[in-house]
Design a binder for this molecule. Sequence first.
Ligand SMILES: *Cc1c(COP(=O)(O)O)cnc(C)c1O
Length: 225
Amino acid sequence: MLVDNIEKINQDIQLACQKAARSDNDITMIAVTKSVEKDIAKELAELGIENMAENRVDKLLEKKIALKNFPSIKWHLIGNLQRRKVKSIINEIDYFHALDSLKLAEEIQKRAEKQLACFVEVNVTGEESKHGLNSDDVIAFIQQLAAFDKIKVVGLMTMAPLNASEQVLHEVFSKLKKLQLAVNNQHLSYAPCTELSMGMSNDFSIAIEEGATFVRIGTAIFRGA
Ligand SMILES: *Cc1c(COP(=O)(O)O)cnc(C)c1O
């Protein structure tokens, strides 16, 4: 049952927070609905889930229309965004988690009607198959965003490697935390960078121990439901 899965996830979030001496008020659980139909997303909304994510533009728009009776839901686009699709989505979302190029920033600047909360995506481990900036390029990239008043850098986002050991997961997430502190040291008004979007079904407890504030959870919500 969805409700049992969510309760278990909330318990695990609390445990991880206790372990790290953090408050669970600082953690936002985002439900990633990419693997389920809109009826299930609606059930989540009825259970009080307030943050929903999709990794594809068309799917997000479809779910948002289906859930129009839940206007307080915050919509997160967590996947790679092609420039030609910016126009159709950018004014429909509350958070964008995958900013990783100036060309994309330019298009967002052109199309956004108001300032958008963005996460800069970082490829911490440098895997070739992955989107995101290399860690070494993040500060310079964020400095260049000064020219784009429609973009607010609220945080950094990463995806850990699949099937990584706990030790590697700790390393990856703590590297993103360090990078966040480096960004904070720049004191850029458009880049408060107070948030860290990291942690998925299999690694969110470790991500929270290392400083995650937004966890993106799909599979664990829908398991057996
Ligand atoms: C699918 C997805 C998630 C959720 O992954 P689960 O393992 O199902 O929890 C989180 N973040 C991104 C970017 C995703 O594409």
